[in-house]
Design a protein around this ligand. Structure first.
Ligand code: HDD
Length: 695
């Protein structure tokens, strides 16, 4: 029997043909075409292979089958060696204030113009299929298609890095990735090899304390900051250089989850961040970041109490303020995950004229690594021709051939100098990229580390002392958790010997939680300084008092009051929140006879997925839910994660009263709608010590 799709019905016709040229080529629209092979031969039957008789055997001659399977077999490309798991979106950059005084780069001098860009966020340690919410640094890469060539801003959500010299990068990555003999743990730093490396490399202390802080557990990719980390150079018309560190500041503020929440989210929705970004853009709630720069001269840099060429040092915003000069808006989801998010290739070396590099040894090593890795990952020096990577300005050169060459140069002349073809591209002294004419000291060649890089504790100390009490407790608890997973006692001890320099109290809290004695402090290579604290490095307090970007979950069941549900839904939405209806099933009959579709079943939507929760249920349903662990966890978790809860009488009588939930200021009856809405904008952190034994 032959089963065939009806090709006369366009709704049932699946096609894979591609359009030609420009935007249509990039965003292939296959509607209404016929299914063909790669060579354009129309396929008559896409369900059955070619056989000698109905029961086989299958014939080798079947080129349709062979081509289909062959292409499928080659679908995977090597995942990124780090930052493998990512989520991305299209958007635009707009300059609001010109930096003409500092640079010739048009992207930083022409205000009011929208320049297209593509931004990819990522975790670092986990592989492509790993969860979204491990404790990890987040990558923040932006490819701006400027009219003077692509500018790739490849940063992280933390303003510093683990190491000072690119020479150590493979070691750092091998230490944090799954241990090579056993292949675990996946997407986790809580294991012996990571802490072994860390405790033997005190330069990691600063990034590690950021990782142990709430910054390691972002609530949403829309709520992370981005940092270029290194100092770059801006070069102006006169050839003068000014150092620049760039920043992305999210309009939704910086927000994080608790550790317990992150662990539970990873089970409930491993795609939590990817889904959140996709849904926000799909619902036209476009995430936005301000673009800011810290600008400083060589002379100013000489007065910093640290070396700005050292990537483990941030420049406190109180020392050099962040000047906001532009914005980024993400307003379009990728059409195809592989073609865009996976194939996008960022290289730090992609900068337009007017922007240049500093001598930061980590940056210098990165300038080599990114191009090299794209050649391996994408398999050809022609990766720049892939639509997501191609500049949107004219480009022309004499490079030729190579795997997957998409261009067909029509000339005899692919070399320079030449006198045969006057139409061929020429270099331009006036417009071309020119490196800063830096005067170099006569140095002595050697594998050395600058003395000015030797202080590894002052900035982590500043970071710890800048935190609120609850954030300090989170940091101490995170160290205790991670070191608690380390079996090698000497590694735990050695780590404690460094923490003493950061803060004695931190070290004591971690030691106590681990049941260990405090060891002797490690030998510091340089005196530890007491720097002024900085509010900008906190997490709590950097969130605007708003419901924008937040998600409220409303639990309903059969017979729930429709008018009450609507009241809460409208009030939350009016403040910019999204709302999801959670119920025992996907269809719910309400008190007024309306049957609504819920967004989620309660078993699939634990309260960790929401920022605040509401319960509107009738007594008979409350009695039923009181016997269901997913419903009990719904309330208990919302409570222990310090969230706002609005409850009805039946919820109180049959559920809350049976649980260890205190009626504090954030647990309010339905009648206090306004209080709930205000509470939902933040968390009641004071509740946390009552529900968790923090270090
Ligand atoms: Fe890196 C990817 C960020 C140091 C080598 N890195 C990668 C990505 C981000 C960063 C966000 C993902 C890009 C994407 O979305 O495709 N890396 C950083 C930051 C660093 C840093 C902020 C320090 C300031 N990286 C660093 C060093 C080296 C690399 C020192 C090597 C010497 N990074 C790579 C890489 C990756 C990469 C191997 C893997 C995939 C890729 O490049 O495209 O080349």
């Amino acid at each position: 029997m032959k089963t065939n799709i009806d090709h006369t019905d366009p709704a049932k016709t699946m096609n894979t043909t591609r359009g030609n040229g420009g935007e249509t080529h990039q965003r292939a629209d296959d509607d209404g075409k016929m299914l063909t092979t790669q060579q354009g031969v129309v396929i008559s039957d896409n369900q059955n292979s070619l056989k000698a008789g109905p029961r086989g055997p299958t014939l080798l001659e079947d080129f349709v089958l062979r081509e289909k399977i062959n292409h499928f077999d080659h679908e995977r490309i090597p995942e990124r060696v780090v930052h493998a798991r990512g989520s991305a979106a299209h958007g635009y950059f707009e300059l609001t204030e010109s930096l003409e005084e500092y640079t010739t780069a048009k992207i930083l001098t022409e205000t009011g113009k929208q320049t297209p860009l593509f931004t990819r966020f990522s975790t670092v340690a986990g592989s492509k299929g790993s969860k979204d919410t491990p404790r990890d640094v987040r990558g923040f890469s932006v490819k701006v298609y400027t009219e003077e060539g692509n500018w790739d801003l490849v940063g992280n959500d933390m303003p510093i890095f683990f190491i000072q010299d690119a020479m150590k990068f493979p070691d750092l990555v091998h230490a944090v990735k799954p241990e090579p003999d056993r292949g675990f743990p996946q997407a986790a730093s809580a294991h012996d090899t990571f802490w072994d490396f860390v405790s033997l490399s005190p330069e990691t202390m600063h990034n590690v304390i950021w990782l142990m802080s709430d910054r390691g557990l972002p609530r949403s990719l829309r709520m992370i900051e981005g940092f270029g980390i290194h100092s770059y150079r801006l070069i102006n018309k006169e050839g003068k250089s000014t150092f620049m560190r760039f920043h992305w500041k999210p309009l939704l503020g910086v927000q994080s989850t608790t550790w317990d929440e992150a662990v539970k989210i990873s089970g409930a929705d491993p795609d939590y961040h990817r889904r959140d970004l996709f849904e926000a853009i799909d619902n036209q709630m476009y995430p936005e970041w301000e673009f800011g720069v810290q600008l400083f001269t060589e002379e100013q840099a000489n007065d910093f109490p640290f070396d700005h060429l050292d990537s483990t040092k941030l420049i406190p915003e109180e020392m050099v303020p962040v000047k906001i000069v532009g914005k980024m808006v993400l307003n379009r989801n990728p059409d195809n995950f592989f073609a865009e998010t996976e194939q996008v290739a960022f290289c730090l070396s992609h900068v337009p004229p007017g922007i240049d590099f500093s001598n930061d040894p980590l940056l210098q090593g990165r300038l080599f690594s990114y191009l090299d890795t794209q050649l391996k990952r994408l398999g050809s020096p022609n990766f720049a021709q892939i639509p997501i990577n191609a500049p949107k300005c004219p480009f022309a050169n004499n490079q030729q051939d190579g795997h997957m060459q998409m261009q067909v140069p029509k000339t005899r002349v692919l070399y320079e100098p030449q006198s045969l073809d006057p139409t061929r591209p020429r270099e331009s002294v006036k417009k071309g990229f020119e490196s800063f004419h830096e005067k170099l000291d006569d140095g002595v060649k050697g594998r050395v580390r600058a003395e000015s890089f030797a202080d590894h504790y002052s900035q982590p100390r500043m970071f710890y002392r800048s935190q609120t009490t609850i954030e300090q407790a989170h940091i101490a608890s995170a160290y205790a958790f991670e070191l608690g997973k380390v079996d090698a006692a000497h590694v735990r001890t050695r780590t404690l010997s460094h923490l003493i320099h950061i803060d004695q109290d931190l070290a004591s809290r971690v030691a106590k939680a681990l049941g260990m004695e405090l060891p002797e402090a490690a030998d510091p290579a340089a005196p530890v300084q007491d720097m002024a604290t900085s509010a900008a490095v906190r997490t709590i307090g950097l969130t605007p008092k708003s419901l924008k970007g937040r998600l409220v979950g409303i639990l309903v069941a059969e017979g729930s009051k429709h008018s009450e549900i609507k009241k809460f839904e409208d009030a939350a939405k009016a403040e910019g929140a999204s709302v999801k209806i959670v119920a025992p099933g996907r269809e719910v009959l309400l008190d007024d006879g309306t049957c609504i579709q819920s967004d989620e079943r309660i078993t699939g939507a634990p309260s960790v997925l929401f920022d605040a929760v509401v319960s509107i249920i009738m007594p008979d349903q409350a009695k039923k839910l009181a016997k269901d662990s997913s419903a009990l966890d719904w309330f208990t978790d919302a409570y222990v994660h310090c969230k706002a809860i609005a409850y009805c009488g039946a919820t109180d009588e049959f559920i809350l009263s049976k649980l260890p939930i205190e009626k504090d200021a954030f647990v309010t009856p339905l009648a206090d709608l306004d209080t709930f809405i205000e509470n939902a904008k933040s968390r009641l952190w004071e509740r946390e010590p009552k529900v968790r034994d923090l270090a």
